[in-house]
Write a protein that binds this ligand. Structure first.
Ligand code: SF4
Ligand code: SF4
Length: 176
C-alpha cells in the first residue's frame, strides 16, 4: 500500500479525497530520520505539500497511511462517515497493529474533534471492526477499548484533567 499520504504529490490539492490544505500529519508526528520533533511543522513543508516528495522522503513518511486519503483512494465504505481532517481537527492513521487504530488530535484546535463527526466514526469503527482506539492529544495518549470510553473522551478535555492531576505527557514533546 504505502504513502497515502504525507503529503500530496499527485492530483489536485482541493476537493474530496485530497489533503485540501491539511498539513496535520506533517506537524503532529515525529520523523526520527530527519530529527523532526512532534508538534512542530516539518521543515520540508511547502505550499503544495512535501517539498521532497518522491525525492528521498524518510521511510517514516513513505510508510504512513492516512485513513481518510486511503478510504477515498480505495473507495472504502469509511469514506461516507470519516470526516476530513480539516473538518475533524484530527486524523486517523491506518494502523500498523490492525487491532489498534490511532487518532491524532490537532494541537492547535484540540476541542474540534469532540464536536465533529469523528466520535461517531470511531464508535462505528469499534463496533464493526472490533478494534481499540488510541488517541494522541497534545502529547498524552489515551487508549479506548469501549464505545463508552469514546463518549467520555468526547465530553471532557482529558488533557486538561490529566494536567490538573499532575500527569505528564507520555508522547515525547519538543525539547523533552
Ligand atoms: S493528515 Fe491526511 S489529509 Fe492531512 S495532510 Fe496528512 S495525509 Fe493529508
Ligand atoms: S518530510 Fe515531507 S512528508 Fe515527511 S513530514 Fe516532512 S513535509 Fe511531511
Amino acid at each position: 500500500m504505502g504513502q497515502a499520504k504525507r503529503r500530496r504529490d499527485t492530483g489536485g490539492t482541493e476537493g474530496q479525497g485530497t489533503c485540501n490544505g491539511c498539513k496535520l500529519c506533517c506537524i503532529v508526528t515525529a520523523i526520527p530520520e530527519i530529527e523532526k520533533a512532534p508538534f512542530v511543522p516539518c521543515a520540508n513543508l511547502c505550499d503544495i505539500g512535501c517539498s521532497i516528495h518522491g525525492k528521498g522522503q524518510p521511510k517514516t513518511c513513505i510508510t504512513f497511511n492516512c485513513r481518510y486519503i486511503m478510504a477515498h483512494r480505495l473507495n472504502l465504505k469509511d469514506k461516507e462517515i470519516l470526516p476530513h481532517p480539516n473538518d475533524a481537527g484530527a486524523y486517523v492513521a491506518l494502523p500498523k497493529d490492525p487491532q489498534n487504530v490511532v487518532m491524532y488530535v490537532d494541537p492547535n484546535d484540540p476541542a474540534k474533534w469532540r464536536g465533529s463527526a469523528m466520535p461517531a466514526y470511531l464508535k462505528t469503527l469499534m463496533l464493526n471492526a472490533g478494534v481499540g482506539v488510541t488517541i494522541i492529544d497534545r502529547g498524552y495518549q489515551f487508549k479506548m477499548d469501549s464505545i463508552d470510553e469514546i463518549d467520555a473522551m468526547a465530553s471532557v478535555d482529558l488533557v486538561e484533567l490529566s494536567r490538573a492531576r499532575g500527569l505528564r505527557p507520555t508522547y515525547a514533546l519538543p525539547g523533552e
